[in-house]
Structure formats: structure tokens, C-alpha cells
Design a protein around this ligand. Structure first.
Ligand code: TYD
Ligand code: MG
Length: 483
């Protein structure tokens, strides 16, 4: 009988090779190949004997019950999933260790159980006593959640197949699960994939909704089971800066709902608290009147979110100036800096640039360009921006300020939070409601914005360093180059 050839599987991306090598050719990672026994414990010769079983084909027009959803009772979680857990679906929740995945799911299962649904929480990482302890701290100990500390997928499925089908099953975490059908060690790609496959099959067959918890590596990938991302119906990522209380739940993939919605939570002593109005939270500790901050009126999914962008532009001591970005795309920052340099005569090559989005939010919208540019120029010119103004607009490579979607929603949110004026693209004025309740100041190009901020550059408060404040007040750096 032919001996099965060994298989070396990359623990990062799941690619398989028939010999060991230092670098995975598929994803480029080093030292990630581990020898694993193949997926198939059943020899090919036996499997080949099994005859295919004919199945019934359906028509497209057929009547199907539309994805029946069960809301979790946590509005922020439901917003991200698209309205609740879909029967028979599998959801992967990823996030850094300690970010609060177990807390979130303990709260979700408890709420489900309290509203009369069978909810099961299987922990492969913590003992039952530890899970109980957390529930006690959260004040949820009385919820009729069914609890177990188990790691064998076969045992879990056998147990859950008895009695009424659970409505929600949490598996915390998929990396700790193992199945008899493959020989690899728990945590390897092959084990994780096989375990996930078995659980997904169970979910589809039984109609239970399953949530798999997955750990994330330092570069933001869901460790090992990147392959799992393709198998599940939805992937949610739970993010946040360790030092901050805010946690953001974001859909990375969703077969049954939107992928641009965010759910905002605050970690408190009593677990995660939902934040219904994130703008208030992100603006709660604003540094009023200091240069380098601009308020961006953004849209996350269907919800407008106001957030403070912070920039610090400081003379560099390095050959290559530093560009450090948190919460925004560094390529986008480079682009805005290049446009400022090329079209507005703002010389930044001698300056380090630090950029931060307050509150731990991550912004993906191009509409943030204008606010980012305003913050950068404000810091460079030492010229605080008006504290009652919001900014939004996309900047094109030519230096023009382009319109963005949902002007009305952005203005409404800003007005609600007490802002009195908006700096927005010229072409967006048409979309603005006449009763916006705000002064609208349009900008056609970045040059006029820069000139405006530079002109307002106020000297630093007297008594500190008058010489340097004078230098700042006459911004030679802003002189437009002739030609
Ligand atoms: P946990 O849910 O165990 O994180 P994960 O499952 O993602 O690894 O949460 C761990 C952190 O949350 C821990 O540092 C303590 C903090 N925490 C609170 O601040 N308040 C609480 O009520 C709970 C339960 C946890
Ligand atoms: Mg955990």
C-alpha cells in the first residue's frame, strides 16, 4: 500500500507543501510550515468505494423561508450582525486576547437564555468555575445558560444533538477544539479547519446558530484559521486600544448583512456597556482650542459618527522624517501630505508627522481627507481651528476638494451635538438641507483651506516664547512657490 506522503502546512495561511521549506511560498511568512497528517484519516481506497447518493435539485424560484433571525437583545451587536443571529449560521468573532470577546459572548448568551431560548456556552480555555466567576461579576449568574468546559468536537456535537436544538452555541475558542478525524495537534491549521467544518455541518443540519471565537495574531489576522474565515457566514472583529475603554465591533465579512456597520461598547467594571451615541463618547474629552485637532463628521455604516482627528507636526531630527499613524491609513496620510506639498506649498519634508484618531476608532472613509489636512496644517501653523466646526470632504491628487455622500446626515449629527459650522466641499452644498442649522463654509480646493488656517495663525500666548511664536505667526512655510 502506498505510504501517505507527509504534508507540511503553513500555520499562517493553510497552504500545503510536500516538503519542508523555510518560507511559505503562498503567503511569504517564515518558519510557519509544520508537518501535519493529511485531512483524511480514511484511506483513499476505502473512500473511493462509497457511491455518490443522488440528491434533489431545486429551482431558483422556489419558496424558501427567509433567513429567520433572532435578535440578541444587544442593539450594538445586532447592528453589526445585520439584525440578529441567523438560524443555522456560523459566525467567527476575532480579536486580541483580553479585548473582551468572552465577556461580550457571555452577555449575549445570558440575554438569549433569559428571553427563553436554549443557549449553550462551551469554553475550551477556561474552567466552568472561571466562566461562572465572570458571569457573577457581570450580574448574570442567574441566567439559565448551559455551560461546559470541553474541547472534543465529537463530544460537543453528541451532547448538543440531544434534546431541543440550542438556539445559540458559543465555542470559545476554535483554536482549542480538536476532532478525532485528523491526527494533528490541537491549534494546528488542519485541526482548526476540521473542527470548524464539523461544527459548521452541525449548525447547518440542526439550525442552531454557532459563534466561534478566534484569536488574532499581532498583525491582525485571525491566527491559523484564516481558512476558517472562508468557511463561516460572517466574521466579526472586536477591536480597541488596550488602554482605552472603548471597544468596536466590526463586520469583516457578512453573508446576511452589511459589512460597514460598527457596534460601539465601553468596558466597565460590570462588563460591556452599549454606546448608543458614539459621537458623544469620541468627543467627550476634547482638547478645546489647541492646534492640530479637527472634528471629522464621518459615517460608519448607516450611522453618522463625529470623531476628533489629531495631528502633531514637529521639526525632525532624523534623516528620514517619521510618519506615525494610528486609526487611519498611512498611505492616505502620505497622499494628503504630498498634495499639501505639491499644490499648497506646505513644506513638510523637514517635519515628523504624528496622526491619531481619538477614541480608538479606525477610519476608512476618504471623506476624512479634509479634516486630516485641516488638523495637519493647524498643527504646522500653530493655528487652532474653530472649536465649533466640523470638516468632511475627499481630497483629489490635484488638490481639489471632492464631494462625499450623505452630507445631510453628517450635518444633522453635527448640529445635534452643538456644532455651529461645517467646512465641506463646494459641490456638497446642494445636498445640504436648508434648515441644517449650521453655517456652511464651502472649499473648492485645498489651497484656500490652507491659506485660511495659516492666516488665522495666532501667536502662542505671550510670556512663553515670543520669538518662536512670531516665527509661527508668519508662516514662511506656506508661501506659494512661483511658477
Ligand atoms: P475577556 O472577555 O476575558 O477577553 P477575551 O475573551 O477577549 O480574551 O475580557 C478580559 C478583560 O476584560 C480583562 O482584562 C478584564 C476586563 N473586564 C472588565 O474590565 N470588566 C468586566 O466586567 C469583565 C468581565 C472583564
Ligand atoms: Mg476569552
Amino acid at each position: 500500500m502506498a505510504k501517505a506522503s507527509p504534508s507540511f502546512v503553513c500555520q499562517n495561511c493553510g497552504a500545503a507543501f510536500n516538503r519542508w521549506q523555510g518560507k511559505c511560498e503562498s503567503c511569504g511568512e517564515w518558519n510557519t510550515l509544520v508537518e501535519e497528517a493529511g485531512d483524511s484519516a480514511v484511506p483513499v481506497s476505502i473512500r473511493a468505494k462509497r457511491r455518490g447518493r443522488p440528491f434533489k435539485l431545486e429551482s431558483l424560484a422556489g419558496k424558501s423561508v427567509d433567513a429567520p433571525r433572532l435578535p440578541s437583545g444587544m442593539a450594538e451587536l445586532d447592528r453589526v450582525t445585520g439584525g440578529g443571529f441567523v438560524r443555522g449560521s456560523v459566525l467567527l468573532v476575532g480579536g486580541d486576547p483580553g479585548i473582551g470577546k468572552s465577556t461580550l459572548l457571555t452577555q449575549a448568551t445570558s440575554l438569549m437564555a433569559r428571553s427563553g431560548h436554549r443557549a449553550v456556552y462551551i469554553s475550551g480555555e477556561e474552567a466552568v468555575a472561571q466562566v461562572r466567576l465572570r458571569a457573577e461579576r457581570l450580574g448574570l449568574a442567574s441566567a439559565p445558560v448551559e455551560l461546559a468546559a470541553e474541547t472534543s468536537v465529537e463530544d460537543i456535537i453528541a451532547t448538543l444533538s440531544e434534546g431541543a436544538t440550542p438556539r445559540l452555541i458559543v465555542i470559545d475558542s476554535i483554536q482549542t477544539m480538536w476532532t478525532d478525524t485528523v491526527e494533528s495537534a490541537p491549534g494546528t491549521v488542519t485541526q482548526v479547519r476540521a473542527s470548524a467544518q464539523a461544527l459548521i455541518r452541525f449548525a447547518k443540519k440542526s439550525g442552531a446558530a454557532i459563534i466561534l471565537v478566534g484569536h488574532v495574531t499581532k498583525d491582525g489576522q485571525i491566527a491559523g484559521p484564516r481558512v476558517v474565515e472562508h468557511m463561516v457566514d460572517a466574521v466579526l472583529s472586536f477591536e480597541g486600544e488596550g488602554s482605552q475603554q472603548f471597544r468596536i465591533l466590526r463586520a469583516v465579512k457578512n453573508r446576511f448583512g452589511p459589512t460597514d456597520e460598527i457596534g460601539v461598547f465601553e468596558m466597565t467594571g460590570l462588563g460591556l456597556r452599549e454606546v448608543a451615541n458614539p459621537s458623544e463618547l469620541f468627543l467627550s474629552e476634547r482638547d478645546l482650542g489647541s492646534p492640530g485637532t479637527a472634528v471629522f463628521a464621518g459615517i460608519e455604516g448607516t450611522r453618522p459618527v463625529l470623531v476628533e482627528l489629531q495631528a502633531l507636526v514637529a521639526p525632525t531630527t532624523l534623516g528620514t522624517p517619521r510618519r506615525a499613524v494610528v486609526g487611519w491609513d498611512s498611505a492616505r496620510l502620505s497622499m494628503v501630505l504630498a498634495v499639501l506639498e505639491a499644490h499648497c506649498g506646505v513644506k513638510l519634508s523637514g517635519y515628523d508627522v504624528y496622526f491619531n484618531v481619538a477614541g480608538g476608532l479606525r477610519i476608512n472613509e476618504p471623506a476624512a481627507d479634509l479634516a486630516a489636512a485641516a488638523a495637519l496644517v493647524s498643527s504646522l501653523a500653530n493655528s487652532p481651528l474653530p472649536t465649533d466646526a466640523v470638516y468632511f470632504g475627499e481630497i483629489s491628487l490635484s488638490g481639489a476638494v471632492r464631494p462625499v455622500a450623505q452630507t445631510a446626515a453628517r450635518l444633522k449629527e453635527a448640529a445635534k451635538l452643538g456644532f455651529a459650522r461645517a467646512i465641506l466641499p463646494e459641490t456638497a452644498r446642494g445636498d445640504a438641507p436648508s434648515d441644517a442649522g449650521m453655517a456652511l463654509q464651502t472649499v473648492g480646493g485645498l489651497t484656500s483651506l490652507v491659506a485660511d488656517i495659516a492666516a488665522r495663525g495666532t501667536p502662542r500666548p505671550a510670556g512663553r516664547d515670543t520669538a518662536s511664536s512670531e516665527k509661527n505667526a508668519t508662516p514662511a512655510r506656506f508661501r506659494r512657490q512661483e511658477g
